[in-house]
Ligand binder design. Structure first.
Ligand SMILES: NC(=O)c1ccc[n+]([C@@H]2O[C@H](COP(=O)([O-])OP(=O)(O)OC[C@H]3O[C@@H](n4cnc5c(N)ncnc54)[C@H](O)[C@@H]3O)[C@@H](O)[C@H]2O)c1
Ligand SMILES: [Zn+2]
Ligand SMILES: [Zn+2]
Length: 342
């Protein structure tokens, strides 16, 4: 079957791969929609591992239930891409997201388990979630990134009236801003180097203001708005300038939630964090409960994730989409892939 696989640095190839077979303990799924994630961009940037078929955000139909008696052929499902061991401290305390094994065999992030940039995938049956009939495939392919934002905002523990800055206006930043508002933040700003994306965050109604991260007076603007700095800053970018700006924009005693990922170590101003006793909190993925909550919030129309979907493309258009998403000027947010589209 046709797939999109990493070939080299910033380069995909369209590749024939073997179809996964029905197997006990794994659900065979026909992919309807898959999302392109900012994390996938890091792998594409590095060109590594060669042969990786990405796509850890998806919705599809059950082809074989692999022994999950509550699922039948044709049921619509999504899944957590993670692969927790099930018996370590993290797993036993309801935190499979930081189980040491969870990413080793993750769907769409490991060579062993190809992701959804193809027509059929095989997923660990305990990670598969049935989705309500009144939802669209596009919406259910958005559950995974939405759950990342929900988890980050749960960890941020925002109190009603707090002021929040989100650094980076990609999908993770936008859903984080959306949930910060839902948690009672009185003011949510988004900082961006890409002006089109920053403005879009305001236009979509998830942020009260866009702060230009390239503005040399950025820090002065932050202090003008907040007096002492933001109560909470959520970094959804992960680069050194981004995390530095996050720390500098936080009030003394405030919290920085680190969601953005850098594949290599970065430099940050620890002195500023130390002198102001800033709390740095990492946030990775989501719990199963948070994943289910996002399915419910979308199905119950309590949140609208379709406004973040910029377009739906074919497998042949994936390479161009990555080029667009890394241009630094495009206002596209989430690009979904439909493997059936020509
Ligand atoms: N922790 C997790 O569980 C988790 C899950 C998913 C994604 N991520 C990571 O979160 C980050 C965001 O994901 P995404 O899909 O939204 O990615 P994205 O690439 O679409 O968004 C990142 C945004 O940051 C902006 N940016 C770059 N430098 C900036 C700066 N100095 N200040 C402000 N903005 C800046 C970029 O213009 C871009 O719009 C990525 O690093 C991704 O790997 C983490
Ligand atoms: Zn993702
Ligand atoms: Zn574990």
């Amino acid at each position: 079957m046709k797939s999109v696989a990493i070939k080299g640095v910033k380069e995909f190839e369209i590749k024939e791969i073997e179809e996964p077979k029905a197997q006990e303990g794994r659900v065979l799924i026909e992919v309807e929609k898959a999302g392109i994630c900012g994390s996938d961009i890091h792998y594409w940037d590095m060109g590594n591992p060669v042969g990786l078929v990405m796509g850890h955000e998806f919705c599809g139909k059950v082809l074989n239930n692999g022994g999950r008696s509550d699922l039948k052929v044709g049921d619509r499902v999504t899944a957590l891409p993670i692969s927790p061991c099930g018996h370590c401290l993290a797993c036993n305390t309801g935190n499979p997201q930081y189980c040491k094994e969870t990413w080793t065999y993750a769907t769409g992030l490991s060579l062993e388990n190809p992701g959804a940039l193809t027509s059929k995938i095989s997923v660990r049956s305990d990670m598969v979630m049935k989705v309500p009939d009144n939802t669209k495939d596009e919406e259910m392919a958005m559950v995974e990134p939405t759950a990342v934002g929900l988890h980050a905002i749960h960890l941020a523990n925002i109190k009603v009236g707090e002021k929040v800055l989100v650094v980076g206006g990609g999908i993770i930043g936008l859903v984080s801003a959306m949930f910060a508002k839902k948690e009672g933040a009185s003011y949510v700003a988004i900082s961006e180097t890409n002006k089109a994306r920053g403005q879009k965050a305001v236009d979509l109604g998830v942020a009260d203001a866009f702060l230009d991260a390239t503005d040399e007076h950025f820090q002065d603007k932050v202090m003008e708005i907040t007096k002492m700095g933001f109560d909470v800053v959520v970094d959804c970018c992960g680069t050194s300038p981004a995390v530095t700006s996050a720390i500098m924009a936080t009030r003394p005693g405030g919290r920085v939630i680190l969601v953005g990922v850098s594949m290599t170590p970065i430099t940050i101003p620890t002195v500023a964090a130390v002198m102001s006793e800033i709390i740095l909190q990492g946030a990775i993925a989501y719990t199963k409960e948070e994943f289910q909550t996002c399915i419910d919030l979308i199905a119950n129309k309590q949140i609208d994730v379709m406004k973040f979907v910029s377009k739906i493309i074919s497998l042949d258009e994936v390479q161009d989409a990555y080029v667009e998403l890394t241009s630094g000027t495009s206002d596209s947010i989430k690009i979904l892939v439909d493997p059936k589209k020509n």
